[in-house]
Ligand binder design. Structure first.
Ligand code: RFL
Ligand code: PHB
Length: 389
């Protein structure tokens, strides 16, 4: 088989890229390791920046998102004494949309056939070849036989554990990484949220987050040590801990219910530079990871794909390869600012194993500064809704 762009991975980055290229009449094929149902079963992001929702609107795939997504004017930070509200709408004129990654992925998957976007699911042993040459190709096994796709470019949208990043030449690339000494234990439940906006809490016992997917579905997280096991956290213990960490103002409003899903995710900051080597470009989690505290992961995948689709369009439609050469620089400029913001919120809101009394006072001073300074709230708000493209 032959195509213009072979896209590895059918998560949000790969699917969005595929649709944006198809909208320009560019041929592409997505190669995904899992089944479609498996991809849709992963519970992940929920908060979309205008950059992401604008891309769905541009594709004409935003009808369900507009009907079912919730627009959020702000969010809150609880510091043990008060709720500090970050009024996104008043400070920036922009809002976040609460719409699950699962739903966004489903909308993109379901529209694929009518837009001529081919997706090959359950592809095993995906291998990238000759990425530094002008004639790269991908091999894999699907439907019981070995297959080969020749492409002008390969887009590595296969997440943090994919094959694209390890296919980049080690001598000309560099990873940057920070591991945090804790994870987030998340619970999804069909109960009304405790508040109409998200609450991020800094508590003596550790961070907690009250979030939601809809008026009837809640998503909560608590910070836990990395060696904690899910079996240590029966639902009732988790609800008790959430009530303590979210504090007496919020606790009475928490409705408890059985977990639809419960999992522990480690926290990490990671950037891989550059994001292009020859004819292979990385986008989304394949190139970078942020701790979820700033709700930036999926949104960064969307902005990468915005830059990458416009570069590939300039190449195929105007024979212009400058934007391809500049892709990594443009994408990384936005990535690093989102990394900085996600790191800052993570440091501000979590308890670290060897936090000193001094560190704790610094956190409290920063929280008080945010509560009392509109300039501080503005800096948080403009990063939270997403910096301009
Ligand atoms: P994905 O979603 O991991 O998709 C990659 C796809 O590639 C496939 N794949 C392969 N395919 C072929 N061959 C191979 N060898 C392959 N290896 C892997 C995989 O099966 C998969 O289908 O990466 P992508 O598309 O870059 O999307 C990134 C986002 O999924 C991620 O950044 C977000 O989920 C992060 N995130 C959040 N982001 C936000 O913007 N807002 C949030 O509120 C938010 N909350 C979160 C989050 C991530 C979390 N976890 C569990 C990591 C909350 C959590 C708890
Ligand atoms: C979520 O609802 O899953 C969520 C919301 C905000 C975050 C991270 C996760 O910062």
């Amino acid at each position: 088989m032959k195509t213009q762009v072979a896209i590895i991975g059918a998560g949000p980055a790969g699917l969005l890229l595929g649709h944006l290229l198809r909208a320009e009449g560019i041929h592409c094929i997505l190669i995904e390791r899992q089944s479609g149902e498996y991809v849709l079963s992963r519970i992940r992001a929920g908060f979309l920046e205008p950059v992401t929702t604008d891309l769905m609107a541009r594709l004409g795939l935003d009808a369900r998102m507009k009907a079912q997504g919730q627009l959020h004017d702000g969010f809150n930070i609880a510091d043990g004494e008060r709720l500090i509200r970050i009024d996104l709408a008043a400070l920036t004129g922009r809002r976040m949309t609460v719409y699950g990654q699962t739903e966004l992925t489903r909308d993109l998957m379901e529209a694929a056939p009518e837009r001529g976007l081919e997706i090959i699911y359950e592809a095993a042993d995906v291998t990238l070849h000759d990425v530094a040459s002008d004639a790269p190709f991908v091999t894999f096994t699907a439907e019981g036989r070995e297959q080969r796709i020749d492409a002008a470019f390969i887009a590595g949208c296969d997440g943090f554990h994919g094959v694209a990043r390890p296919s980049m030449p080690a001598s000309r690339t560099q990873p940057f990484e920070k591991i945090y000494p804790f994870g987030w234990l998340g619970i999804l439940a069909d109960v009304p949220p405790c508040n109409h906006e998200a609450i991020y809490a800094n508590h003596e016992r550790g961070f907690a987050l009250a979030s939601m997917r809809s008026a009837t579905r809640s998503r909560y997280y608590i910070q836990v040590p990395l060696d904690e096991a899910l079996e240590d956290w029966p639902d009732e213990r988790l609800w008790d801990e959430l009530a303590i960490r979210l504090g007496p103002q919020v606790a009475p409003h928490i409705t408890r219910g059985p977990a639809l899903e419960k999992s522990i995710a480690p926290l990490r900051s990671f950037v891989f530079e550059p994001m292009r080597a020859g004819r292979l470009m990385l986008a989304g989690d394949a190139a970078h990871i942020v701790p979820p505290t700033g709700a930036k992961g999926l949104n960064l995948a969307a902005s990468d794909v915005f830059y990458l689709s416009s570069a590939l369009t300039a190449y195929f439609k105007a024979n212009d390869s400058d934007a391809i050469a500049d892709y990594s620089r443009r994408a990384l400029a936005r990535v690093w600012k989102a990394e900085r913001f996600s790191w800052q919120l993570t440091m501000l809101l979590h308890r670290f194993p060897n936090t000193s009394a001094f560190d704790r006072r610094i956190q409290m001073a920063e929280l008080d500064y945010i509560a009392t300074s509109e300039t501080m709230r503005m800096a948080i708000a403009e990063n939270y809704v997403g910096l301009p493209l």
